[in-house]
Ligand binder design. Sequence first.
Ligand SMILES: Nc1nc2c(c(=O)[nH]1)N[C@H]1C(S)=C(S)[C@@H](COP(=O)(O)OP(=O)(O)OC[C@H]3O[C@@H](n4cnc5c(=O)[nH]c(N)nc54)[C@H](O)[C@@H]3O)O[C@H]1N2
Ligand SMILES: Nc1nc2c(c(=O)[nH]1)N[C@H]1C(S)=C(S)[C@@H](COP(=O)(O)OP(=O)(O)OC[C@H]3O[C@@H](n4cnc5c(=O)[nH]c(N)nc54)[C@H](O)[C@@H]3O)O[C@H]1N2
Ligand code: SF4
Ligand SMILES: [Mo]
Length: 895
Amino acid sequence: MNDLAQNATPPTRTTCPYCGVGCGVLASPMPDGSVSIAGDPDHPANLGRLCSKGAALGETVGLEERLLHPAIEGERVSWDAALTAVAERFSAAVRDHGPDAVAFYCSGQLLTEDYYVANKLMKGFIGSANIDTNSRLCMSSSVAGHVRAFGADHVPVSYEDMEAADLVVLVGSNLAWCHPVLYQRLVAAKAARPAMRVVVIDPRRSATCDIADLHLALAADGDVPLFLGLLAHLHRAGATDPAFLDAHTTGFGAALGEALALTACDLEAATGLSAPDLLAFFDLVAQTPRTVTLWSQGANQSASGTDKVNAIVNCHLATGRIGKPGAGPFSITGQPNAMGGREVGGLANMLAAHMAIENPAHREIVRTFWNAPSLSEKPGLKAVDLFRAVADGRIKALWIMGTNPVVSMPDADAIKAALAACPFVVVSEASATADTLAFAHVALPAAAWGEKNGTVTNSERRISRQRPFLDMPGEARPDWWILSAVARRMGFRNAFAYHTPAEIFAEHAALTAFRNEAATSRDLDLGALAGLDAAAYEALAPLRWPLSARAAAPARSFADGRFFHADGRARLVPVAPPKRDAASGFTLNTGRVRDHWHTMTRTGLSPRLSAHIAEPFLEIHPEDAAALGLADADLARLSSPHGEATLRCLVTDRGRRGAVFAPMHWTAAYAPSGRVDALVEPRTDPVSGQPALKASRVSVERYPAAWYGFLVSTRKPEPLSVAGYHALARTRGGWRAEIAGATRLADPAAVAAALLGAEPTEPGLLSYDDAATGSHRFALVRDGRLDGALWLSPQPVAVSRAFAAEKLGATLTALDRARLLAGRGGADGPDKGAIVCSCMNIGANDILAAMAKGAVSVEAVAAQTRAGTNCGSCRSEIRALLARAAEPRETVQLA
Ligand SMILES: Nc1nc2c(c(=O)[nH]1)N[C@H]1C(S)=C(S)[C@@H](COP(=O)(O)OP(=O)(O)OC[C@H]3O[C@@H](n4cnc5c(=O)[nH]c(N)nc54)[C@H](O)[C@@H]3O)O[C@H]1N2
Ligand SMILES: Nc1nc2c(c(=O)[nH]1)N[C@H]1C(S)=C(S)[C@@H](COP(=O)(O)OP(=O)(O)OC[C@H]3O[C@@H](n4cnc5c(=O)[nH]c(N)nc54)[C@H](O)[C@@H]3O)O[C@H]1N2
Ligand code: SF4
Ligand SMILES: [Mo]
């Protein structure tokens, strides 16, 4: 995989642009234009490891779908014209309607330097706090929970603490798929110390349950009651730490009062868990001082998200399990720079450098440091409210950067309507196919990963550099450059006279240390980096903060029992169980798959990553499916008061009855009816404003398919509008698509010719009609090679996707042609089945074959097939195959 040895220039040390683990990457542009990627063995986050997404980064840096030039109303313009237009329209809106008539909507994928400039411009110079970010959808409940408990948004735990714990409790985290390298570290730690215990708390039996000693498949939003029950149990079992509570906290009495108010009966009803399961969990926690509780979106993305966070933190404070090795509450971040965004104050209710906008002393510090003419005095609109203000005309000019809200916001069709109605929308984007770009009056081409230069902070507060190793293509520019250029055109010349990201970083670091003298006054202190010059910035090694200029960094956060509230104490927050609605229908849970990233503008470019799961799907319990007359691989139509979606059924008992799960990734660009956020209700947590993305009410019915189809083609198939449903994916050598329609096809041959780009009478267009089953098969052969193939059937198409995709572009034998029309592999070309290992392109059937030959362990499978030998992200799936020894799915490629 790694061709570094062939390359003369040393690789560039950079950081992965995907998840919050923040792995170090060595990137080397190769003479043939490709990029070789390897894990950085010296980076403390990953020590050389990468997951499937990181390992495939080289497949995502091409220019195929890049936005390369600024445009106004779709017409290419100069940068000067575009920047001037943005500055004039924003200035005019502020002049005519006041500063709160404009807004920025940013992203945890911006670099710290970009984010710093955006926040400074909006809060300090435009004079509004209407800058919010996709981190509102991601981390804001944790931010609010930390601030309530600790007096600052401080994450006290490190990856090493997780490895050193005797018990790791994962709450609403599918770590195996979403933070795969951290998961591998956990797997390795448990293998080295088998006494370690892992508990997974998730309504679904996710891939992460592979290493769980205990999986609590709780009911949606059962977390607050569960941790209330735990607090009561810790109290009764004498596992609390009265000395710690006494010396370092307030609020225990009230928090315990809420916990004791919950009866055992209430607890079982609210969590959906049995008494023995609850007791097993409670006992394990009570007996294990070195406990790390790690949580993610199953906690944050909820109407009770902030309370969930505090219910968890309360248990750590009550037992004094915080500020100690191998113990603590660990909110793990999703995006590569969610933490950096929080550090510069990129949320509408924060200021900068972890200061609070409501705090006059903090405002004075920032006003003075920035020499800001009109520092905002009050919090701005949070994402959901911000788009409501766009919809009802209060926002006259909106700038979206580094996020794709018409796909990722709840009530996503309403977001489209809001943008369509907004007088002025600016979108800074790297991809020309991002759905949100369709609503831009001004489109600005942003530099992307591999080109941009700056810093990110990972989940354990470690700042790492992203360094460029590719030239910026076309007219793409870094986000900080674009923002600074607009700021200067708005008249703020001196404050935004930046030439390099190093200057911006040094200013940010200086602000964190400005009037931050007393030992506990503000947690974020990067004073040691305030004077950083260009060379030192260039060479900056990955570092965990605080990095104070005046004092040695404390060995460990909260080790001295001092917190950031004015009284120096932590607060236990009394939380009550959420009210439960008794509405009918299904609870729609949403989340991620292993090999796609968010709205797929990057991972969708990679054939390797697209092979794992190539289509949006719906996990539904067998009993629910049977009641609805739905079988595996049928299509289901979902509807809610907000919108609709059509998804492929994956009938599985890994979820609870009455609950369905769908991935968030698919967009209009890949599967127009797979945009699940069209269904999701814009209900938010009352404290954090984070939307409840994991528990919408939906109804499910069968999509009345008259026919189903599957095709592969060397060209992007058009027009897919013949199909009521389609899902496109890249595959080696071209494209594949799942299609279906509700009305019978009058002329299948004509459809085939159109979709495959063939003349209806072209001799190379082979066809086979099977009257018995009503199915039709077509193969287009040009110059002896397979140019495309289409299968149509009244039932879900039972053709081996891997075999069809593999033959695309290949020279065909007579036997191949026969097999293609039959849709199966043959003895000499076995059908791989669903791809499990995307690095090595190994399918489920390859693994089953190895098992048939006697492989009984992941290692033995790896030795025979090479599956799992590169990044290791697929090992939990291999283990699951070993455990189930089940048949692979033929018709749909789902893990
Ligand atoms: N492959 C991949 N990795 C990613 C990303 C990606 O797009 N793709 N995105 C990154 C980002 S930005 C983020 S935020 C993280 C997210 O990382 P995770 O939070 O781990 O991922 P999700 O799949 O969103 O949700 C996690 C789990 O929460 C469970 N859940 C749902 N409701 C509840 C509940 O009420 N209680 C509990 N306890 N659990 C519940 C779901 O069943 C799901 O398995 O992943 C990051 N890593
Ligand atoms: N139903 C449901 N919805 C969800 C979630 C869920 O679990 N369920 N999760 C939520 C969470 S946690 C998150 S983090 C969001 C993520 O949702 P989004 O932020 O909308 O997802 P991305 O696809 O990462 O969007 C990033 C965009 O920035 C572009 N881009 C890439 N690099 C750059 C750059 O350097 N500069 C600029 N200007 N643009 C760039 C990309 O092409 C892409 O269009 O989704 C949220 N929505
Ligand atoms: S775990 Fe994977 S996606 Fe996350 S930072 Fe590491 S290589 Fe990137
Ligand atoms: Mo996220």
